[in-house]
Design a protein around this ligand. Structure first.
Ligand SMILES: Cc1cc2nc3c(=O)[nH]c(=O)nc-3n(C[C@H](O)[C@H](O)[C@H](O)COP(=O)(O)OP(=O)(O)OC[C@H]3O[C@@H](n4cnc5c(N)ncnc54)[C@H](O)[C@@H]3O)c2cc1C
Length: 365
């Protein structure tokens, strides 16, 4: 029997579990290692915080999914990888040998080493911790969202819609959302203005203390709650794994999603670093498209049937930002639009994705 270990229940691994639920792979036993029994879908997190969804609408039942796929669930997390020995270390200290291992563990919050961030801000990763801290948050003072990427913009809009608190969105670049087209940036700027969200561009937080952010300009900004949404950095466990990593410390992969240094070791989603130089943003939509390629290549590696396929990142994608008030801002090929229809479309697309994998989960009988 060969052992496949799926480390992390990220987007791409849902496709592998789905394939196994339909038909087991001959001679393969599967272990899914997670950090808990539920996986949250980030695309609906801002909507949850805006009060648009119940928690169930963004939760995957990992026990049910593992059961449907005939996999064993290890919910204590992966803490280490020894790629030469083909072993993972689990949260409780046990080791787990593998024939093939695939990592889809997402990323960590960038810039969380800024003094005071770990103590005084709510970091978005892990999502579970962030959600419970934000949901339980009783603070009434201003809300400060640091980081003007798509997630930061959505969170500022959605948290403000729910709480009505004075809100500041702070970004160190020249526009929000970071990386969006000019048309989308104009739409978002107009929306932030109408909603009274104060946008601060080209300024950086240099330190946080209780209730106060220090900016690089020397200014001090008071806050009741600070949400840290500054983007992604690599999970730490790859650095000491012996496997090749990219310049940022993500697990290096060829376009087939397999490690160039260790055959049988794969990665997908935010935690994968593509050596070919193809541009793969750290976003869920890219992790989703890697799922079918990962599924195919793991199957080929473990069963010896078929040849590995390369993953090619899509050149763009329909971006839909939830404004938290029943509208969304959309962007498609440089065109931007705002209204109720983009929100309904986002809700539909996210709902279809959730339903596809939620209905796979087999209840305990
Ligand atoms: C608020 C918010 C909203 C977002 N909205 C969107 C959106 O609308 N569209 C979009 O494309 N992107 C969005 N993103 C970005 C998106 O969340 C990530 O790019 C995406 O989740 C990456 O998917 P993944 O499969 O790599 O990993 P993830 O979805 O992050 O899943 C990884 C899983 O592995 C678990 N894990 C982590 N470490 C370990 C470990 N050591 N052992 C075991 N398990 C572990 C994590 O807890 C998590 O459950 C959003 C991000 C945030 C924060």
């Amino acid at each position: 029997m060969k052992r496949l270990v799926l480390a992390g229940p990220g987007h791409a691994h849902l496709f592998v579990l789905e394939a196994l639920a339909r038909a087991r792979w001959p001679g393969v036993e599967t272990v899914l290692v997670s950090r808990g029994r539920t996986q949250l879908y980030s695309g609906r997190v801002p909507g949850y915080l805006a009060g648009q969804y119940a928690l169930e609408a963004l939760s995957f039942d990992l026990e049910g999914l593992a059961r449907a796929a005939g996999a064993r669930l290890e919910p204590g997390g992966v803490t280490g990888l020894d790629a030469d020995r083909r072993e993972l270390r689990l949260g409780d200290g046990r080791t787990l040998a593998y024939d093939a291992a695939s990592f889809d563990i997402g990323s960590l919050p960038a810039g969380d080493s800024v003094p005071g961030v770990r103590e005084h801000a709510v970091s978005l990763k892990p999502l579970e911790g962030a959600l419970s801290r934000l949901a339980a948050n009783q603070a009434t003072g201003p809300l400060l969202v640091v980081g003007g990427g798509a997630a930061g913009v959505e969170l500022a809009l959605c948290l403000q819609a729910r709480t009505g608190r004075p809100t500041v969105l702070l970004e160190d670049g020249p526009q929000v959302p970071r990386g969006a087209s000019r048309a989308a940036a104009r739409r978002v700027r107009g929306l932030l203005e109408r909603r009274g969200i104060h946008l601060r561009l080209e300024c950086r937080v240099t330190a946080l203390e209780a209730g106060v952010a220090h900016l690089d300009s020397g200014e001090r900004l008071a806050f009741g709650t600070c949400v840290w949404a500054t983007g992604a950095r690599a999970p730490e466990l790859f650095a000491s794994s012996g496997a090749a990593v990219d310049a940022q410390g993500y697990l290096a992969v060829k376009d087939t999603l397999e490690s160039p240094s260790h055959p049988g070791l794969f990665a997908a989603g935010d935690c994968a670093g593509f050596l070919s130089g193809q541009h793969v943003p750290k976003a869920g939509v890219y992790a989703v498209r890697q799922g079918p390629v990962l599924r195919h290549n793991l199957h080929a590696f473990l069963t010896g049937s078929g040849t590995p396929r390369p993953y090619r990142a899509q050149s763009g994608f329909l971006s839909l930002l939830n404004a938290g008030d029943g509208t969304a801002v959309g962007e498609w090929k440089g065109l931007a639009f705002h209204g109720r229809a983009p929100w309904r479309l986002k809700d539909f697309i996210d709902g279809r994705f959730m339903a596809r994998f939620q209905r796979l989960a087999t209840p305990l009988t």
